[in-house]
Design a binder for this molecule. Sequence first.
Ligand SMILES: [Zn+2]
Length: 504
Amino acid sequence: MAKGALRKKTGTGILGVLHRVTISPCPGSVVFARSGFVAKIATRFSKRTSGVNMRRWTGIEQQVFTPFSGKVDFPGLKSLIRSHVIVTFSLCSGIGFDSMANVAQLASDALTAGNGILRLSPTWVPRSFLQPGRRLKLHPDDYYALGMNRGGIDERWFASTTEAANENRNHDEGLSYCVHNGQRFLLRDVVAELKGEVIGDHIWKAFGKWPVYSKFFDNMGPIPHHMHQNAEQAAKVGQEGKPESYYFPPQMNQIGNNFPYTFMGLEPGTSKQDVIDCLDRWNKGENGLLDLSKAYRLKPGTGWLIPPCVLHAPGSFVTYEPQWGSDVFAMYQNLVEGRVVPRSLLTRDFPVEFHNNNEYLVDALDWDKNVDPNFKASNYLEPIVSEQGPGWIDKWIVYGKVDGRQLFTAKELTLQPGAKCTIRDGGAYGLITVQGYGRIGRMTLQSPSMIRFGAMTEDEVFVTAKAAASGIEFENTGTEPLVSLRYFGPDAQPAAPAIGSFRK
Ligand SMILES: [Zn+2]
């Protein structure tokens, strides 16, 4: 029996109140029987009422399907389920996954073999409303590998335990997989099993998960002027806020595509009523929001830090984007490159009672930060040397705090051919190689020229907090510079510079 069949047959409609049901290969014990099988089902609840996103694994249910008919009924679960509760069924093993042992064991084995480093496979994410920029090194035939209805692949996510909030999504969309000995398992499950040992105690204790991720964002043109809600606003719809940051890797930006400029914030002097007027014009033609903003030319090798509630319309550079692990947004621009932006993309992450209240939607913006007369000085990033030695240099590419808190940081490490170094970091990290050939610890690092959808690469890893603290050895064994980008979670880098420090 194929695992695909199993996935398809289980889903919404089992219980009337479910918003979403996904099946993910979470290994556990299973007995496989010819006439059916016995599976252990773990159930994860996300409670999206009252703004709390409570996730907990509830009890294990045992079910026998003889034969497997596709209808799954969990009598014990029914009483636990209330409306506005999202339930994720993880099929603990079974069909298609019967060769997998327990994730904790697999992860431990992988970490032992990799000396604290996990090998990750590429995670591709499509966006139905965007046009791919075709610079992610994917094979030209593969940008629509998920089907035309799903849109082209615009993004590759790194060391992610955050799900992509796409409609018609695959159950594991956005989630990174670890690969060891021919077995594949979710980084999210590894974190759930090994906790602080993987992501560091301070992050595990504070968040109970890896709360950040990074991606390459790659579009042919610009996207709408939008903002991401802050934590308080996002909590009202059961989500988390999203500050984000950008770095434009030169290796990925040999061509800037259609619009290598990003509108950010609002022109000083803009009034709230000006923006309300734009929203009032939503269905009457272009709403003119960009007339109230200005664009900054994007420059390879630089970046920006964008706090929540600040408008931005990312231009068409390939962007490395360390950010908070959330997919909330509100789009305030109604027409981009001739394409209509549905108003639902403005309102979807606000409480439903405010969807027609344009004043409320404008009040949601952080006004002072949007009309900041020193917007560039407050948000622009240039690399700052963190450490260097013979033939190598490690630079801060994302740094600074958001409302007084360090939420994420990132560095770019470059080794010249033959160079070797040992780098210690204050926290776990996800790493992607953007150029060259060499090794990290015992593992090969190689930046591929072209990747087939679904194929494995040797350019991405996750390094545990413990391994990062004890020091990771990098060596360039190739003939061109070996360049990698790595991002860190909250409070991992107390020594990171403040915004604006590059001018000193
Ligand atoms: Zn954004």
